[in-house]
Design a protein around this ligand. Structure first.
Ligand code: SF4
Length: 198
């Protein structure tokens, strides 16, 4: 194994280890609030206040539509989410959080905050890590492993850095230094074909 390949393997092993720890913390939170892990993901995704169709939500969470429907039905029975008619297609519906659902999503976010806060790393280290991980996510998207990716690095509005001028978001008119990069931006428009900004 080359030195580069060994480093890549250790980075992926570290991400995997971190992922296992976060999944365990999320499972604890899900158990406390009597929802499934997928149900928790639905509550967290909808906490941005944007109602979604089941199909779009399933793609965002990388699960099949029947699996997602089951999780949504369970949350609806608990009164945590509601369905409304899709104004663009009266045969479909969209789901959004109820007041109780917003309460659970906020409580979970507060409980996970200490786990997610990376207090031992500098801002520069975190910004570099963010960019590296977003590049890896984009790579997995182009490989067909991830379906939905709304980060700056694959966005049509991303203008790469040129000379001493930092990268910019042309839509919002703001600089996009590494620590500004968004992971899940509602304004994201995918570049076609998908290419990854440096
Ligand atoms: S629209 Fe959003 S995702 Fe696209 S470049 Fe601007 S901030 Fe990033």
């Amino acid at each position: 194994m080359t030195a580069d390949a060994d480093l890549e393997r250790r980075v992926l092993a570290a991400v995997e280890r971190l992922g296992r720890a976060l999944r365990a913390a999320r499972q604890d939170a899900a158990t406390r609030h009597q929802v499934s892990q997928l149900g928790l993901g639905v509550l967290e995704t909808l906490s941005d206040g944007v109602a979604r169709r089941i199909g779009d939500l399933a793609a965002e969470l990388d699960v099949s539509q029947p699996t997602l429907s089951e999780a949504v039905n369970a949350l609806q029975r608990r009164g945590l989410i509601a369905r409304t008619r899709d104004p663009l297609d009266m045969r479909s519906s969209r789901v959004s959080l109820t007041e109780d659902g917003r309460g659970v999503a906020a409580a979970v976010a507060a409980e996970l905050e200490p786990v997610l806060a990376a207090k031992d790393s500098s801002d520069a280290e975190l910004a570099t890590t963010l960019k590296v991980l977003l590049r890896e996510i984009a790579r997995l998207q182009t490989a067909g492993v991830i379906t939905v990716n709304r980060s700056c690095l694959t966005c049509h509005h991303h203008q790469p850095a040129a000379g001493r001028a930092p990268a910019r978001c042309l839509l919002l008119g703001v600089p996009l230094r590494d620590h500004d990069l968004r992971v899940d931006c509602p304004e994201h428009v995918e570049r076609t074909p998908v290419t990854v900004a440096r």
